[in-house]
Design a protein around this ligand. Structure first.
Ligand code: GDP
Ligand code: MG
Length: 394
């Protein structure tokens, strides 16, 4: 009964980010312990979270622990990673897409390099809402907490988040884990969860943006024309909608003359639905897997994109040598691949295996890529880099 009612609640993907040793894992354990006492979670002890099994995503090894718990309002899937490199890889590869994040900062340390790096990555991968937890409040005076809060709000603003409205909670994950009922203990965690519930919106299917249908497949219906098949990524397609068929240097105007779901004709289809779209005036030879059908005028093809990229280490099966600008390889994304040139930002930079950085990608053929879209680069069939698009360049 409880399980069933939990499943009906709205769901949110969240995670702890922040500098090493600031208390991310302790906080994660404390949340599960406190919610377990309300029947809203199974308690997951600290050691079990930090001994997360290795995961393989897009050819890279990521240590990440995914923990489920509920509040009165929602269910959460919470990601905690043991090491800094795991966070980088997790975010850049899009392995666990967070709807919002809890940024931890230890009050006795203040913001540190990894605090800033995680926040920058969070921005780049499209996380919009951050809730700040100033941890280890048991170790410092009130004035220090106030100073750290001011600094954190300024940093949020600097990185393009809402430094004024974002909730900032002071507490102690360690006291909370021990069941301490003083204000920095259990009550601080309860306050944190309430703020997550109210400040991080429940993700919804985007059915109002201009539609995008990535094309998985295409076939000909004799006497009717060409049907493209795929799962609608965003928006709503209505019958007779004007559309652009985009990718592999092509930008072809067309009209969606029929939409089918499970071989039945429907007047419209929304994000998440797998559809066949009958296109007016399109020959099957015009269509290639990896093209996108987009609401007319809403997207464009380009050769040039900017992104964040992680170069796999030797131990992960990556390159032995560093990467320099003018690196040319096959780039894979969604269902397509094209030759591409990768230049580092700045252009004279060098990326060692196991490092990450900003890149400019030049595709040999013009494709549609949108911010947040993951990609990989392979050499001789082995993944050597994983990345995410942050912007389209003219
Ligand atoms: P992570 O690397 O961010 O996951 O940090 P951990 O959760 O592993 O915590 C690092 C260290 O800080 C551990 O020794 C914890 O016991 C300690 N710690 C965590 N939270 C608190 C706290 O609120 N107060 C104090 N005094 N120590 C804490
Ligand atoms: Mg940890």
């Amino acid at each position: 009964n409880t399980a069933a009612s939990l499943r009906e609640r709205p769901h949110c993907n969240i995670g702890t980010i922040g500098h090493v040793d600031h208390g991310k894992t302790t906080l994660t354990a404390a949340i599960t312990k406190i919610q377990s006492q309300k029947g809203l979670a199974d308690y997951v002890p600290y050691d079990q979270i930090d001994r997360a099994p290795e995961e393989k995503a897009r050819g890279i090894t990521i240590n990440a622990c995914h923990i489920g718990y509920a509040t009165a309002d929602r269910t959460y899937a919470h990601t905690d990673c043991p090491g800094h490199a795991d966070y980088i890889k997790n975010m850049i590869s899009g392995a666990s897409q967070m709807d919002g994040a809890i940024l931890l900062v230890a009050a006795n340390d203040g913001q540190m390099p990894q605090t800033r790096e995680h926040l920058l990555l969070a921005k780049q991968v499209g996380i919009q809402r951050i809730v700040v937890f100033i941890n280890k409040a048991d170790l410092v005076d009130q004035e220090v907490l106030e100073l750290v809060e001011i600094e954190m709000r300024e940093m949020l603003t600097d990185f393009g988040f809402d430094g004024v409205a974002s909730p900032v909670i002071c507490g102690s994950a360690l006291l909370a884990l021990r069941g301490d009922q003083s204000k920095f203990g259990v009550p601080a965690i309860e306050e944190l969860l309430e703020q997550c519930d109210s400040f991080i919106p429940t993700p919804t299917r985007d059915i109002s943006s201009p539609f995008i249908l990535p094309i998985d497949n295409a076939f000909t219906v004799p006497g009717r024309g060409t049907v493209v098949v795929g799962t609608i990524k965003q928006g709503t397609i209505v019958r007779n909608a004007d559309a652009d068929l985009l990718g592999f240097n092509q930008n072809i105007k067309t009209t969606v003359s029929d939409i089918q779901i499970f071989r039945k004709s429907v007047p419209q289809a929304i994000a998440g639905e797998n559809v066949g779209a009958l296109l007016r005036g399109i020959k099957i030879s015009n269509v290639e897997r990896g093209m996108q059908l987009c609401a007319m005028g809403s997207q464009d093809i380009s050769n040039h994109y900017e992104g964040s990229m992680y170069l796999l280490s030797r131990a992960e099966g990556g390159r032995h040598k560093p990467m320099l600008s003018k690196y040319i390889q096959q780039l894979f994304s969604m269902t397509w691949n094209v030759p591409a040139r990768v230049d580092l930002v700045p252009s004279d930079a060098m990326l060692l295996p196991g490092e990450h950085g900003q890149v400019r990608v030049t595709l040999l053929r013009k494709m549609v890529m949108t911010p947040g879209q993951p990609f990989t680069i392979r050499e001789n069939g082995a993944t050597v880099a994983t990345g995410m698009i942050t912007s389209r360049l003219p």
